[in-house]
Write a protein that binds this ligand. Structure first.
Ligand code: 13P
Length: 253
């Protein structure tokens, strides 16, 4: 079954409301209403209100980079999935390696945040990936399967099929060192295989598994021509409309 390519931009802690609005206008002008790809951007939470009205009606979805396990309460400094949904967000990024490494998010946190996203009506995009040390120790499969098992623990098939997986090897994030298409495809095939052994066939067939880590316009097409790579989660290159559009062009080529 052909899966529609999914290209998402993770703006991380970049672009305040003014710059984010300008970038959103650029995306609207170059990428509005494409039937051949699913598109989403994850601005910093403070810039989401500036971006949403610009992207409304363009088919370019907006997501929140971080959600708390709770929808409200005494949790200073975090985001509520319910409030993000109220604003107009569609997706929640969960378990990005920067959240895991810099803010101590665990596999168990990822699992409960998937519930929080779903309760609020947000679609989860779950990030997994090994560090360089883990790769060099031959532990890639062990690490990504552990992350995947924890994230999908007790999740029913129809819900599992609504989750997007982003494989982002930590050593490729922001380093300019992209995984080779063969390296990425090898892991993506294993991830899809994991879904196929744990769920009815339709889950592995439908689930989009995105690659992230130094994706650029000039390497996107080759990566996305691999059978199990269904799109990209883009950091640095998503901060310029022309680069993001170039990656989308490569993905649908
Ligand atoms: P870069 O594309 O800047 O390597 O970032 C990848 C990433 O972390 C996206 O979530």
């Amino acid at each position: 079954m052909a899966r529609v390519p999914f290209i998402a931009g993770n703006w991380k802690l970049n672009h305040g409301p003014k710059a984010a609005a300008a970038l959103a206008m650029g995306l609207r002008d170059s990428l509005a209403n494409r039937g051949d790809a699913t598109l989403a951007v994850f601005p910093t939470a403070l810039s989401i209100p500036a971006v949403l009205p610009i992207l409304e009606g363009t088919g370019i979805h907006v997501g929140v980079q971080e959600i708390n396990a709770s929808q409200h309460g005494a949790f200073t400094g975090t985001n509520s999935a319910e409030m993000a949904r109220e604003l107009g967000c569609t997706y929640a990024l969960i378990g990005h390696s920067e959240r895991r490494q810099l803010f101590g998010e665990t596999d168990a946190d990822v699992r409960v945040k998937i519930d929080a996203a779903r309760e609020a009506g947000l679609l989860p995009m779950v990030c997994i990936g090994e560090t360089l040390q883990e790769r060099e120790a031959g532990r890639v499969e062990e690490v990504v399967f552990r992350q995947l098992s924890a994230a999908f623990e007790g999740i029913e098939a129809d819900v599992a099929a609504t989750i997007t997986i982003a494989y982002e090897p930590v050593w490729a994030i922001g380093t300019g060192v992209t995984a080779t298409p063969a390296q990425a495809q090898e892991v993506h095939a294993k991830l899809r295989g994991w879904l196929a052994t744990h769920y009815p066939a339709f889950v592995a067939e439908q689930t989009r598994i995105l690659y992230g880590g130094s994706v650029k316009p000039d390497n996107a097409a080759e990566l996305m021509s691999c059978p199990d790579i269904d799109g990209a989660l883009v950091g640095g290159a998503s901060l310029k409309a022309a680069d993001f559009a170039g990656i989308v062009a490569g993905a649908v080529a």
